[in-house]
Design a binder for this molecule. Structure first.
Ligand SMILES: Nc1ncnc2c1ncn2[C@@H]1O[C@H](COP(=O)(O)OP(=O)(O)OP(=O)(O)O)[C@@H](O)[C@H]1O
Ligand SMILES: [Mg+2]
Length: 266
């Protein structure tokens, strides 16, 4: 492998070792290591403030990790260095933020045309891709309607379509199912299940039963640390008598958040 750069150098989609992120004195991520592989749905799970969004934003090159990892750690997406090769990474990833970044006063079609224009020279190819995506997210019939008239689920589906315009190798999604009803949430997961045939999917969610159902592997996070990584089935077996992933997470939280006993004075 020596001498190869970028995707040829590394079969992992994401490979980080000993990465940290501080905001002044707050350790949002503390020395974490993680590897994510092609064509898997990988879930980042954990309570509020555990560092999920921070990790996702670093992997999308929207934020830099602490420089300390240069002293021997690895920090790569698709084989490209997160500090030195951000432009290469940006060309090959898609990102769906928690808050929609759509233009409400434009139609679904115009939003997709706007987001896809930087990636296409050929306008016919662009229009074919946009129409395919509108069909894929079940919005073709509503393509001329203004986005501000859309329901939450429709906006989420359109946001995912916008992130897919350039066929990204990895799709990062932050809490995309939050606030949606059960059937819409499963609709989004169905869409991601289909998309994982073409890309790796990295998703943060608070809906642990859904992560258990749809994620191939998950990382359980708490207070900026990764507590465990594995397939939902393996993690549940490892932590018997936990009956499901939610119970595994709760058991970890109980241990980590329990007040430390003060040493007795003699
Ligand atoms: N821009 C920032 N400036 C200062 N502190 C921040 C910043 N972004 C995140 N933090 C802190 O980093 C920690 C992790 O936050 P983060 O948003 O990554 O958590 P999260 O797991 O995504 O939480 P949630 O489930 O609520 O979305 C928190 O203590 C948060 O206050
Ligand atoms: Mg978050």
């Amino acid at each position: 492998m020596e001498g190869l750069t970028g995707e040829m150098a590394n079969a992992s989609t994401v490979k980080i070792e000993n990465m940290s992120k501080h905001f002044k004195t707050t350790a949002a991520l503390g020395n974490i290591s993680l590897e994510i592989f092609p064509r898997e749905i990988f879930g980042l799970l954990g309570p509020n403030g555990s560092g999920k969004t921070t990790l996702l934003r670093i992997l999308c090159t929207l934020m830099l990790p602490d420089p300390g990892h240069r002293k021997g750690g690895t920090c790569k997406v698709l084989g490209y260095d997160l500090l030195k090769e951000q432009a290469e990474i940006r060309k090959k990833i898609g990102y769906v933020p928690q808050q929609d970044a759509l233009y409400g006063d434009l139609s679904a079609l115009d939003n997709l045309i706007l987001f896809s224009t930087p990636y296409f020279f050929n306008r016919t190819e662009q229009r074919t891709r946009v129409d395919d995506l509108l069909n894929q997210v079940l919005l073709f019939d509503r393509r001329h309607d203004l986005v501000k008239t859309f329901s939450g689920g429709m906006k989420k589906r359109l946001s995912i379509a916008c992130a897919l315009v350039h066929n990204p190798r990895v799709l990062f999604l932050d809490e995309v199912t939050v606030g949606l009803d059960t059937s819409l949430r499963h609709e989004i997961w169905g869409l991601l299940k289909e998309q994982k045939k073409h890309s790796s999917i990295v998703i943060t969610t608070h809906y642990i039963p859904e992560a258990e159902q749809y994620c191939d592997r998950v990382a359980l996070m708490l207070k900026g640390s990764i507590l465990d990584i594995g397939s939902p089935g393996d993690l549940i077996r490892k932590h018997e008598p936990a009956a499901n992933l939610e119970e595994v997470m709760l058991a970890y939280e109980k241990i980590r958040l329990a007040p430390q006993k003060k040493p007795r004075r003699s």
